[in-house]
Design a protein around this ligand. Structure first.
Ligand SMILES: NC(=O)c1ccc[n+]([C@@H]2O[C@H](COP(=O)([O-])OP(=O)(O)OC[C@H]3O[C@@H](n4cnc5c(N)ncnc54)[C@H](O)[C@@H]3O)[C@@H](O)[C@H]2O)c1
Length: 435
């Protein structure tokens, strides 16, 4: 029988509860859904296991789903992103939460096993470690981490999951690959790809909080610095824009010609990582790719450079290369590791190459997670209603849900929408009216 929770320190619960209250007050759409679900109980009888960053906003989602009748288990989606006070508050509220900051890889996968041991009907994932661990079990793909997942499950059966949702770009990429190989065992809704998620959460949420993380860890002045942003996708474009707004000279590194052209025409310098590594003061990766900054780049960097990653996995900045080039490695303050290179230069790695916004700051602001997690909740509801009709594939969030969440957010701001007249609607549907 799995333990009911595993958190760092229950005495932090009051502090965590206060933070959750603050987040709740900035999440009007989720609050509205909470009231609606309290009446309708759409999740009654459903167990939901979630693998998310354990932040105050995630805690609000846990409460909303519980209000709707769900039994919720939660494990961390990153070993370093857990807010221990929030985890403690959730444990005190009776949630099955398995998360603490500074988990080892073994702890991390055991926690995933514990979340799976609650026999979930539905999964909510961020980065797809929960869903892919379950698929390794289902399809018998043995790997080093599966042993820890099994240990966490403590003899529980492999759950028969009805469907799942995925929060981030990297998770969706992995799940589309699983779908492409014909191995997906249930439908998955790609919440990341909804417009009211990816137009706001990725550029505005990560854009702001990644810089917040860099600043909290270093207290450096961005004005006048050369900030190299790797990846000009949804996240990278947001980081670049905000760094520019704070007076940095922003250099973008991007392999996609269209994105690179967009960055160039938005006024950024665009070049290769090889060239950028000679001029940058701060490097921030946001690509979802591996080895974006590696040995050949570290060797060219100036003395005193800061390296940070905002992409989901800690593989964008190659830490093995960094270690190999270093004569010493030292943690000089929380979340800042100094690598002294053989060439005499110092490089500072932030957050051990993990998500800088979640490790060095508090992750996305609550207002933006209001949108993303409202989409999560409504997507779970959609899955329950439509599970018979859906195949074992990755689906986008239905447009009606996407627009409804955006409309609720606008209503919360008190913003009035333009309504089309019948003549305008007719005109937009017609091919008859010409020049
Ligand atoms: N930190 C957070 O809280 C947070 C939030 C949202 C997304 N993410 C993660 O951020 C990453 C990026 O997400 P996104 O939505 O912007 O994805 P995206 O697909 O919109 O953008 C990624 C961009 O990186 C580029 N790229 C790929 N390899 C590169 C390389 N070697 N060098 C430079 N650029 C390269 C791609 O061409 C693309 O334009 C993902 O891992 C995603 O999961 C993190």
């Amino acid at each position: 029988m799995t333990e009911p929770f595993h958190v760092k320190d229950l005495s932090l619960a009051e502090k965590g509860a206060n933070r959750i209250m603050l987040a709740e007050s900035m999440m009007p759409v989720l609050s509205l859904l909470r009231r609606k679900y309290a009446d309708e109980k759409p999740f009654e009888g459903y167990r939901v296991s979630m693998c998310l960053h354990v932040t105050k906003e995630t805690a609000v989602l846990c409460r909303v789903l519980r209000e709707g009748g769900a039994k919720v288990a939660l494990c961390a989606s990153n070993p370093l992103s857990t807010q221990d006070d929030v985890a403690a508050a959730l444990a005190v509220e009776g949630f099955n939460v398995y998360a603490f900051r500074g988990m080892s890889t073994q702890d991390y996968y055991q926690a995933i096993g514990k979340a799976l041991s609650h026999e979930p009907h539905l999964l909510v994932d961020d980065g797809a470690d929960l869903i892919t661990s379950l698929h390794r079990l289902i399809h018998g793909f043995e790997d080093v981490y599966l042993e820890d997942v099994r240990r966490g499950m403590d003899g529980a059966d492999v759950p028969r999951v009805l469907g799942a949702t995925e929060e981030t770009t990297t998770g969706v990429t992995r799940l589309r690959a699983l779908d492409g190989e014909g191995l997906l065992a249930f439908p998955v809704i790609a919440v990341n790809d909804a417009l009211s998620k990816s137009l706001f959460d990725n550029p505005l949420g990560t854009g702001q909080s990644a810089l917040d993380g860099v600043l909290r860890a270093t207290n450096l002045l961005l004005a006048g610095k050369t900030v190299v942003v790797a990846g000009y996708g949804r996240v990278g474009a947001g980081i670049a824009e905000r760094a520019k707004g704070m007076g940095a000279r922003v250099v973008v590194v991007e392999p996609d010609p269209i994105k690179a052209l967009q960055a160039y025409m938005n006024g950024f310098t665009v070049t290769s990582m090889s060239k950028a590594s000679e001029i940058g003061d701060v490097f921030i990766t946001a690509t979802g790719n591996i080895d974006v900054i590696r040995g050949e780049h570290f060797e060219k960097m100036k003395d005193g450079v800061f390296l940070a990653n905002a992409g989901h996995m800690d593989v964008e900045i190659n830490k093995q290369d960094l270690k190999q080039l270093a004569v010493s490695v030292e943690t000089i303050r929380e979340n800042v590791t100094l690598y002294r290179l053989r060439n005499g230069r110092k490089l500072f790695l932030l957050a051990d190459g993990r998500l800088v916004n979640l490790v060095c700051a508090e992750g996305h602001p609550s207002e933006v997670m209001d949108l993303s997690f409202s989409l999560q909740a409504e997507s779970l509801r959609y899955l329950i209603k439509n599970v018979e009709k859906l195949g074992k594939h990755v689906y986008t969030v239905p447009r009606e849900i996407d627009e409804a969440v955006a409309a609720l957010k606008l209503a919360a701001f008190g913003v009035e929408l333009e309504r089309l007249t019948p003549r305008q609607q007719e005109y937009m549907r017609s091919w008859m009216a010409g020049t």
